[in-house]
Design a protein around this ligand. Structure first.
Ligand code: G6Q
Length: 544
């Protein structure tokens, strides 16, 4: 049991000893702190000196990671062990970006030839679309791509297309439809012409209701204009593990891009799920993103615990989550292009580590995954930062910034980065009541204008938001989540909570759609809401 381990107990004792220390004192006592608590890997620089830690804290955290055999867990993942035990699958997203070509085996079979063959088919399609060689049914080049997928088959490419817009072909618009809310499909397609639009139906299982509903609507939308079933072959491609369902839907297997059950949905950006991104930024940029992922994978697999960036981030997260009682963790990118990055990490982290049953099948007796949230700076500063600065909750935060912008408005960029640095400084050191009083503030207002400080942050700085950097950044967080799952002794790669949601709505849908008044046997609240909706829905239809 985790909480019975001597390393855990030593950390709990250490927490009692140092939790009252202020970052002001820690910096005063250790003038070389910035150099001591910093790391560089795969193009990313991490400054973690503004955390409520000492050298002893880090030694104890690293010792704890070693005591739970983190090294063995990392080796098991990279060597294709079936570490997703509840689904009996290996977890090999690292194979998707294995740029060395060295074999990675599943059941004795090297998966790299297939991985590379799909990548080369994706490149072929992407090039044909970008060059205008791939024509729609009416003979015009494709100019719009609509990805239909949800969750892991949506958030990654949607986030990355936004992040790497500066690298994309502006003649092609790439859009995303995910929600079963028809407004999503209608809004994303209202100004499109079916003749120059290609749909990518992205679904690992090819059974997800939202995606299949949107896919059928897309097919009808397309055929209404093009009026020939043969048009489907020129306007629809599929990304899936399920060839049979793809063919049943009416998409030719020749237009299907495979991936494998050892790729989790939320870890699938480097697989064919990345196709819309590859079309947007081109195969070379996509490969460069894979290089960035791979550089971080290697750092993670090969670097000792105490110098390992994903491990350090994970251990700091555990320090606040399990010892300080922090409930959430903020992701604050100072880059508008990373506006979807917090939402992407929300899935990566919360779907992976939002678990309460341990690997022994019993309820865990400690906190697991935190609530992940965030927005880009500086916008958040004018909204929720108030609570981080002066609220009653401890919210550890990651600040992410880039030294060179992808535009030439450098005046803006200096201001952006000045804000990032100022915020981490203010959060750490605050403003004492003496300092506030010295500004001539009235006694009455001094407490309101005082900032306690001692709010921990990490700062991640990279040279530029490039495909390569984005790859390293995503891999950094993927491995952070992995490490935390190992320490918390939970299974990070299943998602039974999602599976339940996939089944629940069916019964109510039948009741809502039935012509005859259904016999309802839910609780009284659900019954009443169904009745109200049915009544209102009929009223709406009669007035249309
Ligand atoms: C991701 C989850 C989930 C999944 C979606 C879509 O790890 O499993 O978000 O990606 O439910 O599933 P399909 O790709 O099978 O449509």
């Amino acid at each position: 049991m985790l909480t019975e381990m001597q390393e855990w107990k030593a950390l709990a004792k250490h927490y009692d000893e140092i939790s009252a220390l202020h970052l002001r004192d820690l910096f005063k006592a250790e003038p070389d702190r910035a150099g001591r608590f910093a790391l560089e890997a795969a193009g990313l620089f991490l400054d973690y000196s503004k955390n409520r830690i000492t050298g002893v804290t880090m030694e104890k955290l690293v010792g704890f990671a070693e005591a739970v055999n983190l090294r063995g867990a990392i080796d098991a993942m990279f060597s294709g062990g079936r570490i997703n035990e509840t689904e009996n699958r290996p977890v090999l997203h690292v194979a998707l970006r294995n740029r060395t070509g060295s074999p990675i085996t599943v059941d004795g079979q090297d998966v790299m030839p297939e991985v590379n063959s799909v990548l080369s088919r994706m490149s072929d399609l992407a090039q044909k679309i970008r060059s205008g060689e791939w024509r729609g049914y009416c003979g015009v080049p494709i100019r719009n791509i609509v990805n239909i997928g949800i969750g892991g088959s949506h958030l990654g490419p949607a986030m990355a297309c936004e992040a790497l817009k500066a690298f994309s072909n502006r003649d092609i618009s790439v859009r995303f439809v995910s929600n079963v809310d028809g407004a999503d499909f209608v809004e994303q397609t209202h100004d499109l012409n079916p003749a120059d639009t290609l749909f990518i139906i992205a679904s690992k299982t090819f059974t997800t209701d939202e995606t299949m509903t949107n896919a059928r609507t897309a097919r009808a939308w397309c055929l209404r204009a093009l009026a020939d079933e043969r048009a489907v072959a020129r306007h629809f491609v599929a990304v899936s593990t399920n060839a049979q369902k793809v063919v049943e839907f009416g998409i030719d297997e020749a237009n299907m891009f495979r991936f494998w059950d050892w790729v989790g949905g939320r870890y699938s950006l480097c697989s064919a799920i990345g196709l819309p991104l590859m079309i947007a930024i081109g195969p070379d940029n996509f490969m460069s993103m894979l290089d960035g992922f791979h550089a971080m994978d290697r750092h993670f697999a090969e670097t000792e615990t105490g110098q390992n960036m994903p491990v350090i981030l994970a251990l700091l997260g555990i320090w606040y989550n399990n010892f300080f009682g922090a409930q959430s963790h903020a992701i604050l990118p100072y880059a508008q292009a990373l506006s979807r990055f917090p939402a992407y990490l929300q899935q990566a982290d919360m779907e992976s580590n939002g678990k309460s049953i341990g690997r022994d099948g019993k309820k865990v007796g400690w906190q697991t995954g935190p609530i992940i949230w965030g927005e880009p700076g500086t916008n958040g500063q004018h909204a929720f930062y108030q609570l981080i600065h002066q609220g009653t909750k401890l919210i550890p935060a990651d600040f992410i910034g880039f030294c060179r912008p992808n535009h030439d408005l450098t005046v803006h960029h200096d201001k952006l980065i000045a804000n990032l640095l100022a915020q981490t400084e203010a959060l750490a050191f605050g403003k004492t009541s003496e300092e506030v009083a010295a500004d001539g503030v009235s006694d009455r207002l001094v407490p309101y204008k005082t900032f306690e400080g001692n709010r921990p942050t990490n700062t991640i700085l990279a040279e530029q938001l490039s495909p390569r950097t984005l790859g390293s950044l995503i891999a950094l967080y993927e491995h952070k989540v992995f490490v935390q799952g190992v320490v918390w002794n939970i299974y990070s790669f299943d998602q039974w909570g999602v599976e339940l949601g996939k089944k629940l709505a069916g019964r109510i849908l039948d009741e809502i759609e039935s012509d005859a008044e259904p016999e309802l046997s839910h609780d009284s609240s659900t019954n009443e809401l169904i009745r109200r909706y049915r009544a209102r829905k009929r009223w709406d239809q009669s007035t249309v």
